[in-house]
Design a protein around this ligand. Sequence first.
Ligand code: ZN
Length: 344
Amino acid sequence: MQDKINKIKQEAEREISEVKDGKQIQDLKVKYLGKKSEFNQILKGLKDLSVEEKKVIGPLANSTKNEIKELLEEKETELENAVDAEKEWIDVTAPGKRIKPGKLHPLTLVQNQIEDIFTTMGFEIADGPEVDTEFYNFDAINMPDDHPGRDMQDTFWISREEERKKGTGTVLRTQTSGVQVRYMKEHKPPLRIIVPGRVFRNEATDASHEHTFHQFEALVAGPDISVANFLYIAETFFTQFFGEKMKVRLRPSYFPFVEPGFEFDISCTNCGGKGCSACQQVGWLEVGGCGMVHQNVFEAAGYERGKYQGFAWGFGLERLAMMKYKINDIRLFHSGDVRFTEQF
Ligand SMILES: [Zn+2]
């Protein structure tokens, strides 16, 4: 009986030392400590042994069983630790995870390029508040309270009805033209500025309309500025901006802050003026409005009436970006979708 117990012990020790995973441990637990194990049979059979035998075999069987139990537990802990170590192991020689570099938004790219072109031509960059007073947004640019021009724009009003009635209201600016007057109050001609900035219109959005978009305003003022100066600067700008020879044309139009006023077209960036579906076969693309600064605007800035002449324009940055990069939906600019911005 003693031999049998020792043999089981040796066998168990050998098998435990060869264990590779938790499954084998469980199997050995059943084999050596389970109800149907040889040990259990021996312990069960103790009652049939003589008193002398019981005294020897009983303690031996129990201590051996405990030894095997301890060996199994030791092995189990050892295996668990091994697994943890594998999980925590760091390969310091592995190449790092690639971090995608950030990209400039297409509107930022376009604005940077516009600013570069104009500053080389001697223009200054002016800035103004996005929440502006009724005075600068409307009155100062020749759109008094009863002016029908106010109906041409859907405005986000910040102030209450009573303030609006008193003419002291504030608005999310509907154009950047108010900055012209702010700038002219501080500076005397000759002056050349561009005003890139965000503007707001209370209107429904679709592929070509947004409630929030960007304009860049240009203003040139001096004693003898004419439409010819404007055409030259505009052609130079668009030729540099699109990297190919561009033609511009003016069509008479009406804007309250200019007299005369024009709609401004450039030769189609898609077909070069031959006519295609992008330009509805006319060879021209509409870009924005422009004209000679109204003397009322100069007066609002504190200039003597008739002393200076100037021209101004207001173009949409999004529209120019859409032409340059052939983007067909203005809503993409504010979508926050990196799949869009990554392409530029
Ligand atoms: Zn075309």
